[in-house]
Design a binder for this molecule. Sequence first.
Ligand SMILES: Nc1ncnc2c1ncn2[C@@H]1O[C@H](COP(=O)(O)OP(=O)(O)OP(=O)(O)O)[C@@H](O)[C@H]1O
Length: 372
Amino acid sequence: MEIQAIELAHFRNYQGLQINFTPGVNIFVGANGQGKTNLLESIALLSGGGSHRDARDAEMVQWQEEYYRIKATVRSDGQSVALELAFGGERRKLAKVNGRKLRRIAELSETLNTVVFSPEDLSLVKGSPAQRRRFLDRELSQASPAYGDVLSRYARVVTQRNNLLRRFREGAVTAAELELWDDQLAPLAVELLGRRLDGLARIAPYARQIYRGLSRDREQLELTYRSSFPLPEDRLRWLEVYRAALKDRRAEEIARQSTLTGPHRDDLQLFLNGRDARTYGSQGQQRSIALSLKLAEIAYIHQIKGEYPLVLLDDVMSELDPDRRQQLLAELESKHIQVFITTTHLHAFLPEQLGRAGIFRIQAGQLSRRSE
Ligand SMILES: Nc1ncnc2c1ncn2[C@@H]1O[C@H](COP(=O)(O)OP(=O)(O)OP(=O)(O)O)[C@@H](O)[C@H]1O
């Protein structure tokens, strides 16, 4: 898939912008705070998963304006498709594919997928379990909007259940009412777990193979899912085991007013040659793992969709050492993936890479295309 052209109206520091992209590598170059990430963010939004830096829609509307609108011409599945995403005014948020309004914004991912790689991803291994869950959730939602649906339903029930636990302590809710919420929570938790494990089973072989390549066959990466309660082999038993785990921790949950068991407390564990990479991996090894996971995400989406996603590299070029930088670019270029890169300088690139790339200089929300 590929974005051929984009049109922005009142998006961040872009009053109005219309630009055509190159099928291969596109580089946004400029000083800090000029709008490089803003442009990347507008592309990421078109895949339906929200802002890659977790911005709220209202923040992305240009100051003093009422709405933002992003339009793009995309090539997906051999067809030219018109995408539109708008926020503000009376309709609040609206997405269209070829002029047809989508029921849910997340359905944009059926046409366009993006994999974003930013400096925070480099700390994926060292970071919190929440960061690794987010990585997995984003990835799996892109590949299947149904996953995103289950995830948001589950998150809603957890929030409501936590409110109930608070009110139970105040005596405003009965034990029977709490049980009713367990009935809602448990099937969603089990479905989410099943989907996560199935997704991980498909991603893990890619990550292992890519890491083996990056480490020149010296190290072996293993990914395992750590559930907040013991998962029996037999999936048919997960529901009853989860319900029992909820019961076991009921008193503690009431005391802490929080749901303590379930996929929102799980983790993705990463091992190098059998040792926990979080504790024992060097910074270089941890970065290679992060890179492998991102490249595995790209391969996974390709496996599901039959096409490569767009890859957005936000400020990572200067964070990677020259070796990993070249490995990454060579890998993406060899697969003919459309890539968007933000950078303050072009010296991270080889002359032949610059020769093939579309280079856009960005200054205060204005773009000019330049040739090197
Ligand atoms: N809603 C908005 N309306 C108008 N301008 C905005 C809005 N949100 C952010 N900006 C402006 O956008 C600029 C930041 O742009 P962006 O985050 O794309 O920077 P960047 O070019 O990627 O810089 P860096 O290299 O520092 O990451 C800031 O000048 C900020 O004031």
